[in-house]
Design a protein around this ligand. Structure first.
Ligand SMILES: Nc1ncnc2c1ncn2[C@@H]1O[C@H](COP(=O)(O)OP(=O)(O)OP(=O)(O)O)[C@@H](O)[C@H]1O
Ligand SMILES: [Mg+2]
Length: 251
């Protein structure tokens, strides 16, 4: 394998919340390296601290211990492409306005940001829906808006926190294929969070398995299978069993 350039290092990240009922330690010594242009999957059970970790990575929350180091320097607020777990799109803005927002907040002029937004609307397959507002769109389409907006930041780092969690199974499979196609067309460093084991194996160049209480890194897996991967192939099922055996919580 070619030498991989390190893009992000999460070093011994710990997070403890102080609540009315006492301290809650959510993350402990989480260390993860992310390589340039890889599709990294972070797999962990519900409530284990995945979103907290992504918020720390994105600079939206401070760790109690440890640090995040970006090889190209710490990005400024709004510089990272983030797809949130909940559809984080403005209901009163149409598709075009939602996507161009990434650049609008940076003061990019209207013509430039429209052109850029159009490029990503086309990329995620929403051409023709530019003027639609979110309530006129299906769940899958709303999530595409979120993906297009994250891409439109032009960040080379994309954080996707369970982007397909709210979708029905059929749409979810379709979106998994789509997101790989988009990534292959436009390589970026992707950190994709999921609690779905099959989704992790279908997508990941590498899978980091989280577990324990407080949560830390349990294991790393490299699915050695060409894409598109087949959910029912022997290699797929073998890896599924191997990971399932290593986790005590239902995934
Ligand atoms: N601000 C906060 N104060 C106290 N506890 C918090 C806070 N934010 C998160 N937590 C706790 O941290 C834990 C992890 O939350 P988090 O949302 O990161 O889990 P998750 O792995 O993303 O779950 P899910 O799979 O449901 O998205 C939860 O127990 C949650 O209650
Ligand atoms: Mg979460």
């Amino acid at each position: 394998m070619a030498v991989q350039k390190n893009k992000i290092s999460m070093k011994n990240i710990s997070k403890t919340f102080t609540t009315r009922t006492g301290d809650v330690s959510v993350l402990k010594d989480v260390s993860i390296n992310v390589f340039e242009n890889e599709f990294l999957v972070i797999l962990g059970p519900g409530q284990c601290g995945k979103t907290v970790l992504m918020n720390i990575l994105a600079g939206l929350e401070q760790p109690t211990g440890g640090e995040v180091v970006f090889a190209d320097g710490t990005p400024k607020m709004g510089d990272l492409g983030i797809v949130f777990q909940k559809y984080y799109i403005y209901p009163w803005k149409n598709v075009m306005q939602n996507v161009e927002l990434s650049q609008e907040v940076k003061g990019v002029d209207k013509k430039t940001r429209r052109e850029s937004a159009q490029k990503y609307i086309d990329l995620v397959g929403l051409s023709g829906f530019e003027k639609s507002i979110p309530r006129e769109l299906s769940g899958g389409m709303k999530q595409r808006v979120g993906i297009a907006r994250a891409y439109a930041t032009e960040s080379d780092i994309m954080i996707m926190d369970e982007p397909f969690g709210a979708l029905d199974a059929q749409t979810r499979y379709q979106m998994q294929e789509e997101i790989l196609k988009i990534w292959e067309k436009k390589k970026r460093t992707v950190i994709f969070v999921t609690s779905n084991l099959e989704e992790a194996i279908y997508l990941g160049d590498r899978i980091i398995l989280l577990g324990g209480s407080p949560t830390s890194v349990k294991a790393e897996y490299i699915p050695d299978m060409p894409r598109p991967r087949n959910y029912t192939s022997k290699e797929f099922l073998d890896l599924r069993n191997e990971i399932a055996d290593n986790t005590d919580l239902a995934l």
